[in-house]
Design a protein around this ligand. Structure first.
Ligand code: NAP
Length: 269
C-alpha cells in the first residue's frame, strides 16, 4: 500500500481507506459480510477507516467497533461530529459517545462534518483542542469546508494544527480543483476524497477501454488511481462487499502515467 503524510504531522496514512456510510444498518449475513469486508481491508493494508456519528445514528460506528475489536492498533480511525453538536459541551459528549460505540480509548482523527452557520467555529475548536489535550483524538480535521472556512478553522486552533479537509472529489465531481485543492496543496493539508466512485454510479462507458487494458485495471480501480494522483489526496471508497474491498485495495499498486492522468482528466472535465 502507498502512504501519504497526514497534513504536516509526519504521520503516514494509507492512500486508500474505507468509508462506512450506510454500513451497520443490515442484520444477519449482510452484517457479517460488512464486518468481514472491513477486516479483509485491514488485512490487505487499507488500514484507514472513516465513519461518523450520524451514519445510521451510530450504527456505522458500532459496526466499525466490532470489525476492529482486538485490532485497534492496526487502524487509523477517523470519525465526525455533526453540526448540531458543535457547542462546546456537545462536542466533548459526542466524541465520548463515538469512542464508546467504537469500543476504543481514542480516535486518530476527529472531524467537523459540515460547517455550522449557528455556532461560532472558535467555540467548536476550543472543544476540539480540549479533546486533543485529553488524548481523545490525536488530530483535528474538517469536512465540506470552503477555502475561507478552512482558513477560519485553522485560525481558531491556536494550540493544534488542522490536518485535513474531507470533501467530495472524483473524476466526475471536480469543483475542488478551482481553489480548495490548490489551497490544501500549498498549506500541506490532506484532502480526504469522499464518494470517489460517484456513490457507485461508475461511468464505465466514458473510461477509455485501452487504458483499462493497458494497466489491467477495472473502472473503479482507475477512478481511485486517478483521484489519489494529486499530492494532497487520499480517498475512502465505501465497499460492503469483500470483492469490492479486494479490488480497491490493489487500485494503486501501479500508478498510471502522467500522460494518461492528463488524458483522463481532460475527458471528464
Ligand atoms: P463511493 O465510495 O463513491 O461509492 C460506494 C459505492 O461503490 C457502493 O455502492 C459500493 O458497493 C460501490 N463500490 C465500492 N467499491 C467498488 C468496486 N471496486 N467496484 C464497483 N463498485 C464498488 O460513495 P460514498 O459511500 O458516498 O463515499 C465513500 C465514503 O465517504 C462514505 O462511505 C463516507 O465514509 C464518506 N462520505 C463523507 C461525506 C461527508 O460529508 N464527509 C459524504 C459522503 C460520503 P458495495 O457497498 O456494494 O460494495
Amino acid at each position: 500500500m502507498e502512504f501519504k503524510l497526514l497534513g504536516r504531522t509526519g504521520e503516514r496514512i494509507p492512500v486508500i481507506g474505507m468509508g462506512t456510510y450506510a454500513l451497520g444498518n443490515a442484520t444477519g449475513d449482510k452484517r457479517r459480510e460488512e464486518i468481514a469486508a472491513l477486516q479483509r481491508g485491514i488485512d490487505l493494508g487499507i488500514k484507514f477507516i472513516d465513519t461518523a456519528e450520524v451514519y445510521g445514528h451510530g450504527r456505522s460506528e458500532a459496526l466499525v467497533g466490532q470489525a476492529i475489536a482486538n485490532r485497534r492498533d492496526e487502524v487509523f480511525l477517523a470519525t465526525k461530529v455533526s453540526p448540531e453538536h458543535f457547542g462546546y459541551d456537545d462536542v466533548i459528549q459526542s466524541c465520548e459517545a463515538s469512542i464508546q460505540r467504537l469500543g476504543v480509548k481514542f480516535v486518530d482523527l476527529y472531524q467537523l462534518h459540515w460547517p455550522s452557520s449557528r455556532i461560532p467555529i472558535q467555540q467548536t475548536m476550543r472543544a476540539m483542542e480540549e479533546l486533543v489535550a485529553t488524548g481523545k483524538t490525536r488530530y483535528v480535521g474538517v469536512s465540506n469546508f470552503s477555502v475561507e472556512q478552512t482558513m477560519e478553522a485553522q485560525e481558531s486552533l491556536p494550540r493544534s494544527e488542522l490536518v485535513s479537509n474531507q470533501v467530495r472529489y472524483s473524476l466526475t465531481s471536480r469543483s475542488i480543483e478551482t481553489d480548495l485543492l490548490p489551497y490544501c496543496d500549498k498549506e500541506k493539508l490532506t484532502v480526504i476524497a469522499y464518494s470517489p466512485l460517484d456513490t457507485g454510479s461508475i461511468p464505465k462507458d466514458r473510461i477509455p477501454k485501452d487504458m483499462l487494458e493497458k494497466y489491467e485495471m477495472t473502472a473503479a480501480q482507475l477512478m481511485l488511481n486517478w483521484v489519489t494522483y494529486p499530492e494532497p489526496v487520499v480517498t475512502i471508497p465505501k465497499a460492503g462487499q469483500i470483492s469490492h474491498v479486494e479490488e480497491n485495495a490493489t487500485s494503486v499498486d501501479i500508478r498510471i502515467s502522467d500522460k494518461d492522468y492528463k488524458i483522463l482528466s481532460r475527458r471528464f472535465e
